[in-house]
Design a binder for this molecule. Sequence first.
Ligand SMILES: C[S@@+](CC[C@H](N)C(=O)[O-])C[C@H]1O[C@@H](n2cnc3c(N)ncnc32)[C@H](O)[C@@H]1O
Length: 198
Amino acid sequence: MPFDHNHAYHRLLLRQVPAGARTALDVGCGAGRFARRLAAAGLEVDGLDPSGEMIGIAQALGPATITYRHGDVTTAELGRYDFISCLASLHHVPFETVTKLRAALNPGGVLAVLGLAKPRSIADWVKWGLLAPPVNLAARLVVAAGDQLNGGPDPVAAAPVQGWDTTMTQVRRESARLLPGSTVQPLLFFRYLLLYRA
Ligand SMILES: C[S@@+](CC[C@H](N)C(=O)[O-])C[C@H]1O[C@@H](n2cnc3c(N)ncnc32)[C@H](O)[C@@H]1O
């Protein structure tokens, strides 16, 4: 069924764009679905991904106003942005990469990471283990029904995926160490939202 656990958080992420933001970078943009949403919100958007296949698909889907760059975030030279998003991609690179992303923020800019982490505490397991399946099923049904009404799902392209070992405890600890002042919010579907404002 056409439900994606990362895309389900697009609206939450869009709400983190700071007022007056003009420029955005989407790190690990894949086929560009979130980059397109940022562009539709009026931002000047760059997308970065090391997969030539994904960049090709993203460019073909347009719009031409989005600049897609083929590159690895750990080695690429980044510009300066008012908003930097990183959806389901941080676990492909060392967590310390967040400091490079912080350095690429304009003053007042926001870094929003939708990350993947394993639950550790009993409370986390209860929430994720018991609540996630029914919410997952309901979300799939709602998305499928919406797609039927809107003439079919968005074009789906399978972006490169990778397993992850990071726990919520590690994410909280490393975020506090590397990005003082940041916040980490646990989300359903083994996700978290890391937010930092420069
Ligand atoms: C699970 S996909 C997520 C794609 C997209 N953000 C989304 O939410 O649909 C992970 C993406 O991270 C990209 N990626 C992997 N290593 C990367 C790196 N070193 N720098 C930037 N992106 C990377 C992959 O090519 C892939 O497109």
